[in-house]
Design a protein around this ligand. Structure first.
Ligand SMILES: Nc1nc2c(ncn2[C@@H]2O[C@H](COP(=O)(O)OP(=O)(O)OP(=O)(O)O)[C@@H](O)[C@H]2O)c(=O)[nH]1
Ligand SMILES: [Mg+2]
Length: 323
């Protein structure tokens, strides 16, 4: 069977559950964004330039980013003009629908297909990012998700640098029934990866989840270490890693975006996991990321528990953002 990042399509009931969770996770942003957008249009007979300026400021405050906000408002303005020309009254509802369409358009533009593993070989996912963004936790959550979907996974303890990193990932591995491949502290992460991929191939596991040590994109030697890991994967398993995901902490806002930009240049990213959306009122950062980096968000982290990692679904996210 061909492996993909998401496994089989979710059942309807699960999807509904996810939608609820997304809505819950972006609640803080929603309070800001929805309430403010609604306030803006409350009793407005006319969609004035002043009102559009306020709309832009509201989007920026939700961390959508200055350029995307400008672009969205410009398109909303054009849409309103077209409505006027058709003599239809411009309702707040119509404006909100226009904003939603713009947001979804931004996500669609950043979409890219997930590579597929060749028949029978494991699908390899490498998680990278600065310290403490949620890489190890996301590895554990992914292992749990795949287990629930009936797939096997193997975790590569590629963070040989931080004390206790392997113990931390071991707890997740045990919980998710995933095999863990590790070496001594200080070992070369590429050597651990070599072991992990060799084991995964011989055992025919479905997914290999590779944890890495947190690093700043400015540390050239550490970025080279990542490149070496990628080469090791490719050598053992042509096409691997199938996904290289940057794990980004949503609470770091525009700072995180800056990190992402530089990681993109150095690490051949294929997408992102945006974590800690439960802890921020600035859920718009996901829009800024898609717009500026042209990279798809694959998953979002909405809490610390195993089930708090959701596949990112643009339509559901935008609905949750804008009510
Ligand atoms: N609220 C919340 N907390 C999260 C989420 N994801 C991770 N965390 C927490 O963030 C903290 C750091 O998570 P780790 O998974 O250890 O982060 P890391 O990127 O592996 O860290 P380093 O290996 O040190 O670079 C932990 O306390 C996690 O429980 C999330 O989506 N929401
Ligand atoms: Mg870690």
């Amino acid at each position: 069977m061909i492996q993909t990042l998401f496994g089989p399509p979710p059942k309807q009931s699960l999807f509904e559950r996810l939608q609820q969770k997304v809505a819950g996770a972006v609640e803080k942003t929603r309070d800001n964004l929805v309430a403010q957008v609604e306030d803006l249009f409350q009793g407005a007979v006319e969609v004035s330039p002043e009102l559009l300026r306020k709309l832009e400021a509201t989007l920026v405050a939700a961390d959508v980013g200055a350029r995307p906000a400008k672009e969205i408002v410009e398109r909303v303005r054009i849409e309103i003009e077209q409505q006027r020309a058709r003599d239809t009254a411009t309702s707040p509802e119509a404006v909100r629908a226009a904003i939603k369409r713009e947001l979804v358009r931004i996500f669609d533009a950043a979409a890219r297909p997930v590579k597929q593993a060749s028949d029978g070989s494991p699908f390899v996912i490498l998680l990278v990012g600065v310290n403490g963004t949620g890489k190890t936790t996301s590895i554990g959550k992914l292992a749990q998700r795949y287990k629930d979907e009936g797939f096997s996974s193997l975790i590569c303890a590629g963070d040989t640098f931080r004390a206790a990193a392997t113990e931390q990932v071991a707890v997740w591995a045990q919980r998710a029934g995933a095999e863990l491949i590790q070496q001594k502290p200080g070992a070369d992460p590429s050597a651990v990866l070599f072991d992990a991929l060799t084991a995964a191939k011989s055992r025919g596991v479905n997914y290999v989840l590779v944890d890495t040590a947190g690093r700043l994109h400015t540390k050239t030697n550490l970025m080279q270490e990542l490149a070496k890991m990628r080469r090791t994967a490719e050598r053992l398993l042509p096409g691997a890693p199938h996904e290289t995901l940057l794990v980004l902490d949503a609470t770091t806002g525009q700072n995180g975006l800056q990190q992402a930009r530089q990681f993109t240049q150095a690490a051949n990213l294929t997408g992102l996991i945006v974590t800690k959306l439960d802890g921020t009122a600035r859920g718009g950062i996901v829009v800024a990321i898609a717009h500026e980096l042209g990279l798809p968000v694959r998953y979002i982290g909405v809490g610390e528990r195993a089930e708090d990692l959701l596949p990112f679904e643009p339509g559901a996210y935008v609905d949750a953002l804008l009510g």
